[in-house]
Every structure is written in C-alpha cells, then in structure tokens.
Design a protein around this ligand. Structure first.
Ligand SMILES: NC(=O)c1ccc[n+]([C@@H]2O[C@H](COP(=O)([O-])OP(=O)(O)OC[C@H]3O[C@@H](n4cnc5c(N)ncnc54)[C@H](OP(=O)(O)O)[C@@H]3O)[C@@H](O)[C@H]2O)c1
Length: 302
C-alpha cells in the first residue's frame, strides 16, 4: 500500500522540519512546498500548475517569512513580505485542495496567538473574538480567511504561542546570552508569554490530522500560563546561569520598531480550552520541564 502523504508548506523551517521527522517516523511520506529545490520538495509554481501530489491525505501550512529577523529593517516592503508569504501560500494550498479530484481529509494551518490583542488583564480561549487593531492581529484575520476549503475537507487552524525548541524560534535567538549568563527578562517581565514546546506543537498537528472530529480553531499553547519573567527564571535555572540583565523595552522598540517589538514586550493570557476538551495530552505541560529539554549547547542537526 502507498504511504500516506502529507504536503507541508514551509516544511523546511523550524516547525516544518520537526513535523516532517515526526510524521516520517509514524509512517507518512512527507513532501514540502518550498522556494528551494530539494529531494522531497516541490515548488509553489509546481503546486499551482500541477495541483496536489497524488495520494495526499493531509496538507499543513507552516510557511511564512520570519519577522524576528534582526538583520531586516521593519520597512513597508518587509511588512508586505511578512503578510504575503503567509496569505498567498495559504491561498495557494486552499486552491489546490479545492481543485483536487482526490481530496485530502484535512488542511491544518499554523497561525499565531497574535490573533488576540495583547493585554495584561484579558483572558482568551478559542471562543474569544479577534478584535485587535495592531499589525499582527490584523494580519491574522487576512491569513486565516485565506484558508478557505470546501467540505468535506476539515479545516483546523492552530494559533501557536512562541514555539520553544533548541534549533529555532525564540530560543535560538536568546540561547547565547542566557548561556553566557547575560540573559534577563524583557521590559517589566509582567507580560504573558504564551508558549508551546515544538515537540507538542508537532504532536498536536498529527493529532489534528488523525482525529476526524477535530475542526476549527485550536490554541496551540501549553496549559500553563506564564509571564516573561517566569520563563526567564525557568530558562536560566535549566542552564544553571543567573539572569540579572533585563532588556529595556525602549531599546527593543528602537532596534526592532515598536510595532514588531510588541511580540516580545507585550503578551496575551491564552488557554488551550478546545485542545484539552478534545483530550490532547501534552508531554511538556510546564515550563521547567520544557526548558530542561533544550538547555544544551550543541544542537543535533535538525
Ligand atoms: N516559531 C514560532 O515561535 C512561531 C510562533 C507562532 C507562529 N508561528 C508560525 O508558524 C509558522 C512556522 O514557523 P517556523 O518557526 O517554522 O518558521 P521558519 O523556521 O522561519 O520557517 C518558515 C518557512 O516558511 C518558508 N518561507 C519563508 N519566507 C517565505 C516567503 N517569503 N514565501 C514563501 N515561503 C516562505 C521557508 O521555506 P522555504 O525557504 O523552503 O521556502 C521557511 O522554511 C510560521 O508561519 C510562523 O509565523 C511560529
């Protein structure tokens, strides 16, 4: 019997690589849609002209221009790229799904908790409205609208918190200062930090692929709600380092632009109510255990 195939937009990235490995270990064949050639890759133009590869049982979109790229200025052009790389890839995958004869069972889109307006007082679950007026809340509305697939294909949108793991995302950016003992909280440290270990995010994606009753929005966050200060203490403890050097909010606003820096300087209290209702079990449900897993200097190649 042919292996079940999963098509992953942006499967070459941090989340996509971990997902590809998990699915391959579980007997799936993985094909990436990528801007780069590669053994398991097809291009976005091939997707557009030839449609989904045969026997695709699930499609996942992890594509998007990394916005916390400190080498890139927050210009109108870059912001457009951040938005288009998410909206256009999601639209291209939706179109390929809707036009396919042999339909996949499910389309899983990974978006972010930026859907919820940052606040130190409001509490959000999946039923909360996306009312924000900032760049990221607005982007999330366009991005999620682009995921329009006709029934019977299930649509699952996972609004992910900061994805924690040694080889990408926020940890890769802050590992060295923390390892050298010059890490610290960001701003007051009181802002919430919705988070999920990359291992649990990819397990949640597989859970969404395999459970036919799972549909709609899921908050891809750990059930333990923490602040930036609590994360800072847990990460420093896991590395056995002090973390006495707070990063002032004004410096981040100056270096990154306030609109982008808010991803770090502001946060949201987000819980995964529907994920828990579906019975998903987290392997990393507390930040101390999560930080211990990636507190090592040399990452294995992944
Ligand atoms: N990491 C996090 O903490 C986090 C948190 C919340 C949400 N998310 C979302 O989850 C998704 C995956 O995150 P990640 O950390 O795996 O990101 P990543 O490591 O930056 O990988 C994203 C992938 O998207 C593709 N890509 C980048 N720019 C593109 C462009 N202009 N047009 C088309 N494709 C482009 C790249 O694939 P190719 O180079 O092969 O084309 C890249 O491998 C993103 O949409 C991100 O916004 C991530």
């Amino acid at each position: 019997m042919a292996a079940r195939k999963v098509l992953i937009g942006g499967g070459t990235g941090f989340v996509g690589r971990h997902l590809g490995e998990l699915l391959t270990n579980n007997g799936y064949r993985v094909v990436n849609v990528s801007r780069m050639p590669g053994a398991n890759n097809i291009s976005w133009s091939t997707l557009e002209s030839s449609g989904l590869p045969a026997c695709t049982c699930a499609v996942v979109n992890c594509a998007g221009q990394m916005f916390m790229d400190f080498t890139r200025r927050w210009t109108p052009g870059f912001k457009q790229n951040v938005q288009n790389s998410r909206v256009y890839t999601t639209r291209a995958l939706s179109k390929a799904i809707n036009e396919s004869q042999d339909k996949p069972k499910v389309f899983v889109l990974i978006t972010g908790v930026g859907a919820y307006e940052p606040s130190e007082t409001k509490k959000y679950d999946e039923s909360s409205p996306t009312t924000g007026t900032d760049f990221f809340s607005k982007l999330l509305v366009y991005w999620e609208k682009a995921a329009s697939v006709d029934p019977p294909v299930r649509l699952v949108i996972i609004r992910s918190g900061a994805v924690l793991g040694r080889t990408g995302g926020m940890i890769q950016n802050m590992f060295l200062p923390f390892y050298l003992g010059v890490g610290g909280r960001i701003g007051s440290g009181k802002q919430y930090l919705p988070w999920i270990h990359v291992h649990d995010l990819t397990r949640l994606i597989q859970f969404a692929i395999e459970n036919e009753n799972v549909t709609g929005i899921l908050n891809g966050v750990a059930p333990q709600v923490i602040t930036n200060e609590e994360f800072t203490k847990a990460f420093a403890k896991a590395l056995s380092r002090p973390a006495f050097f707070p990063v002032p909010e004004a410096i981040l606003n100056f270096l990154l632009h306030e609109e982008r820096a808010m991803i770090m300087t502001k946060g949201q209290h987000v819980t995964p109510k529907r994920v828990l209702d579906y019975g998903f079990k987290y392997d990393y449900d507390n930040i101390d255990a999560a930080c211990k897993e990636f507190a090592y200097l040399f990452p294995a190649k992944k």
